[in-house]
Design a protein around this ligand. Structure first.
Ligand SMILES: NC(=O)c1ccc[n+]([C@@H]2O[C@H](COP(=O)([O-])OP(=O)(O)OC[C@H]3O[C@@H](n4cnc5c(N)ncnc54)[C@H](O)[C@@H]3O)[C@@H](O)[C@H]2O)c1
Length: 357
């Protein structure tokens, strides 16, 4: 049974709580600087509430932590946890900058602690099946992939840390784009990124954004200085191109939004909705187009994914290596490289060459 501490007791911590308990792990304690959040979490998950980070990290009955705090806290929390001898499941994005990614990786290599990135979309049941199909050669050689995710009203915590660049590092690119960048790169076995063309937009404002419900806590008098839309293409050294089209909010009617992922190879192509239970598979028989539907066993796709992520984390702790399907710090750094290039491309209004490794 993996004995886990939670660093952060907000929205995603609760989802981790469900996944940890559903997969046989134990939540031992939680730390969050906000008393009411920490205590509510501790009560719900029947664990200890630590008012100091050090008191949680010094406990010998905790072997691993989940970092589920705002993005600007990721590097310092992951580093403190590894230095205290804890394995870490670090929520995405890895950090706020490549420099911070490097600091984390330096401590990881000094301490030899396990560091798994929270790229949970890799564990969606259909994504796991697509990976298997690709590994079996059903799509042949992959050249191109694209992902579309357009939320109608999906700005998280409007005015709070999510929409404040200083605390989040960016908007929908950092929040949901990083999942898709990682997933496409993982599924297509893209090598190192070489060229990036990206465009960011901000269509909505605190005043113009109407909503019924919201992930995380809105702050009406807060800050909204990040993008709510991004389109980007990355070309990798092995010739693969990956495209993302992501928005937190759009005026598009729901009937015109078709979110999904396309992966095209020279023998076949797939289209799938990350949270559905089937994959559209296109190929050709005797040169003629042929299509079929690949069914996938799904219970509740989002919960299934978090549970698989935690099973992989528990296996990684035992085997002392990040499980093959999970995200590593190299993957987190690669995503951060692409993210920084997208912002640079947007700022310079041209394609950016990536020379650094
Ligand atoms: N994997 C996913 O699909 C997914 C989904 C949502 C959020 N996230 C990530 O999870 C993280 C948290 O997001 P959220 O939606 O739970 O945000 P949230 O605002 O709901 O919760 C964040 C919590 O962290 C606490 N906190 C602040 N500083 C802290 C510190 N130094 N140590 C410990 N806790 C601290 C806050 O008090 C708050 O309770 C973010 O990095 C976000 O990108 C991942």
């Amino acid at each position: 049974m993996t004995k886990i501490g939670l660093l952060g007791a907000g929205m995603i911590a609760d989802i981790h709580g469900e996944a940890i308990t559903a997969t046989g792990g134990e939540i031992v304690a939680v730390y969050d600087p906000r008393d009411h959040r920490r205590d509510a979490f501790a009560q719900k998950w029947n664990c200890d509430s630590c008012s100091e980070l050090a008191s949680l990290l010094s406990r010998s009955d905790i072997e691993a932590v989940v970092v589920a705090a705002p993005n600007d806290q990721h590097a310092s929390l992951a580093i403190a946890a590894m230095k205290a001898g804890k394995d870490v499941l670090l929520e995405k994005p890895m950090a706020m900058s490549l420099a911070q990614c490097d600091e984390i990786m330096c401590v990881q290599s000094e301490t030899k602690q396990l560091l798994q990135l929270g790229f949970v979309c890799r564990f969606s049941p259909v994504a796991l099946k697509v990976k298997q199909m690709i590994d079996e050669g059903k799509l042949g050689t992959i050249r191109h992939a694209r992902a579309t995710l357009l939320r109608q009203r999906g700005i998280p915590g409007l005015g709070g840390w999510f929409t404040t660049k200083e605390r989040s590092g960016g908007g929908c690119l950092i929040d949901i784009g990083v999942h898709l960048i990682d997933l496409l790169s993982h599924l297509t076995s893209a090598s190192e990124p070489k060229r990036v063309l990206g465009m960011c937009s901000q269509t909505f404002s605190i005043e113009s954004y109407g909503y019924d419900e919201m992930w995380s806590t809105p702050k009406p008098d807060g800050t909204f200085d990040v993008e709510d839309g991004v389109v980007a293409t990355t070309t990798f050294a092995n010739g693969i191109t990956n495209q993302i089209d992501v928005s937190w909010a759009t005026h598009l009617p729901a009937s015109f939004i078709r979110d999904g992922i396309t992966i095209e190879g020279d023998k076949g192509a797939v289209w799938f909705d990350l949270w559905a239970d089937s994959i559209a598979f296109g190929t050709s028989l005797d040169g003629k187009p042929d299509e079929s539907k690949v069914e996938v066993r799904v219970n509740e796709a989002w919960d299934d994914a978090f549970q698989s992520e935690h099973r992989a984390f528990a296996d990684g702790i035992v085997n002392r290596a990040v499980s093959v399907e999970a995200g590593t710090s190299d993957d987190g750094r690669k995503v951060q490289t692409i993210v920084e290039a997208i912002y640079e491309s947007d700022a310079q209004n041209c394609e950016v060459q990536i020379s650094r490794s």
